[in-house]
Design a protein around this ligand. Structure first.
Ligand SMILES: Cc1cc2nc3c(=O)[nH]c(=O)nc-3n(C[C@H](O)[C@H](O)[C@H](O)COP(=O)(O)OP(=O)(O)OC[C@H]3O[C@@H](n4cnc5c(N)ncnc54)[C@H](O)[C@@H]3O)c2cc1C
Length: 443
């Protein structure tokens, strides 16, 4: 069985959904997603989303992002993200997303580790659910977009140079199944989805780790496929460990204790009840201090105390954390909770330019799957939802142009030339420039 579409988006987290919303309405868009649309890491985001509050904060926000990233960030990507943040937030609000406001109705901002100023918008401690559910509702209203859940990309279709679609496995009762559809031995339908443009929005790699805050089905599938087809990766060893997840003997996803708990005054204590680190240092530094402390004490966790945060804030701002801790037997308004670092985020990924184009023609990557260098070696807290939105929008804008170019053959050459010129600016994109040159028709 083979179906055809203009754009195929693989993944339905914030990156995939926002890209679908930003594509032209006259283009047919198919989205496939490995589990249910709600089972994505975007849904789990707690702390919030960064925004440039005013021009005076630009330098500090830029510097905080670079310092956290060990100055390995792609500076132009950082600038694009920060400059586009106000528009992205306004857009989210227009889709119905509600952020916390003060008694005058003005937006409230919180602070997390390695931020020199409060610039994070939030919705209690379920910001990701608020944003993702609103974007999903908006996508479901679109006539040009179809979402197929429990449908997994297992490979791409390619002529060697350009991506032409993906091969997916779908449930046997999927609407994608036709009379001649082949099946795997374990009864899953094998579907070829042909597309003019393919967008990978497949999230991170946490499912490959024993302890991770991610959903277990986030297994870096796009990265495996990229390796198979020589699609360039970038910084595949840059993995972020979050300092504070709730320690539990139970198997399964580690429950995150958001950094904003420390931003609001939460402190880390060792086995003797002593503080041992500045809790607001970047995540990699705090994680290392915790591991050192665990090594010294021989214990499997340290403690996080919320004694400096008032009970109302804990119960309102951190309601989800409060209730989950209670279920695990800890009342965090009265006692410290055990915490341990766990895999959390992937800074590396499929190498993309600032329009989210990969090194393969007609293939884009956005969100956590991609690496445009914005996070450098370590992500600044609450930059990833923002980055996913900003670069998903840029991918959609580029795709709109690219599809126009495909439909008008004369402009295809111009389009490739533009790509080559843009790429020449960056010496490190040399390889993709050579590939692009090879792809230009001889005439
Ligand atoms: C617990 C937690 C808390 C977080 N808190 C924050 C925060 O406060 N602020 C912030 O900015 N960031 C936060 N993050 C990070 C942020 O949520 C993610 O980086 C971001 O949401 C990634 O969005 P995405 O769209 O790229 O991926 P996801 O939302 O993970 O979506 C990936 C999608 O791809 C699908 N998929 C994967 N493989 C395949 C395949 N082979 N075929 C088909 N579909 C596939 C999945 O089913 C899913 O729909 C947090 C992350 C976690 C885990």
């Amino acid at each position: 069985m083979s179906i055809n579409t203009d754009v195929l988006i693989v993944g339905s987290g914030v990156a995939g959904l926002y890209c679908a919303l930003k594509l032209p309405r006259d283009k047919k868009v198919v989205m496939i997603t490995k589990a249910s649309p709600e089972e994505c890491d975007s849904w789990l985001a707690q702390g919030g989303i960064c925004v440039l509050r005013n021009e005076e904060d630009y330098d500090a926000y830029y510097e905080d992002t670079l310092r956290a990233g060990h100055y390995e960030n792609d500076r132009s990507s950082v600038d694009i993200m920060i400059r586009s943040s106000g528009q992205a937030i306004e857009d989210l609000i227009s889709y119905g997303v509600e952020f916390e406001r003060d008694e005058n109705g003005d937006l409230k901002y919180t602070k997390e580790g390695a931020h020199s100023a409060p610039r994070i918008l939030f919705h209690q401690d379920v910001t990701g659910k608020e944003i993702t559910s609103m974007l999903l509702a908006a996508v479901k209203k679109l006539d040009n977009v179809e979402i197929y859940d429990h449908t997994t990309m297992v490979d791409i279709i390619t002529d060697g140079e350009a991506c032409e679609g993906v091969v997916a496995l779908a449930p046997k009762d999927s609407p994608l199944v036709a009379e001649n559809t082949p099946f795997t031995d374990d009864g899953r339908a094998i579907i070829d989805i042909k597309a003019k443009e393919v967008v990978w929005a497949c999230g991170g790699i946490g499912g490959l780790y024993e302890h991770s805050t991610n959903f277990p089905h986030m297994t870096g599938d796009a990265l495996g496929i990229a390796l198979k087809h020589n699609i360039r990766l970038r910084n595949p060893d840059y993995v972020q460990i979050h300092p504070t997840t709730l320690y539990s003997e139970k198997p399964g996803r580690s429950f995150l204790i958001s950094e904003s708990v420390r931003g609001e005054g939460g402190i880390l204590l060792n086995d003797k009840g002593e503080r041992f680190v500045d809790e607001l240092l970047p995540r990699d530094v705090v994680s290392k201090a915790i591991f050192d402390e665990m090594k010294k004490s021989g214990k499997k966790h340290v403690w996080l105390s919320m004694e400096n945060i008032d009970e109302d804030t804990i119960k309102h701002h951190f309601q989800n954390i409060y209730e989950t801790c209670l279920k695990e037997g800890y009342d965090c308004t009265k006692e410290p909770i055990p915490v341990v670092p766990a895999q959390h985020y992937f800074m590396g990924g499929v190498d993309v330019n600032s329009d989210s184009r990969t090194s393969m023609q007609h293939l884009y990557a956005i969100g956590e799957t991609s690496c445009n260098g914005v996070h450098g070696a370590n992500r600044l807290a609450s930059n990833s939802l923002l980055e996913s939105l900003v670069f998903a929008q840029r991918a959609a804008a580029r795709i709109e142009k690219e599809i126009g170019d495909i439909e008008n053959d004369d402009s295809k050459l111009l389009n490739l030339n533009e790509y080559v010129n843009a790429s020449l600016v960056f010496a490190k994109y040399k390889e993709s420039v050579l590939n692009a040159i090879k792809a230009i028709p001889a005439s």
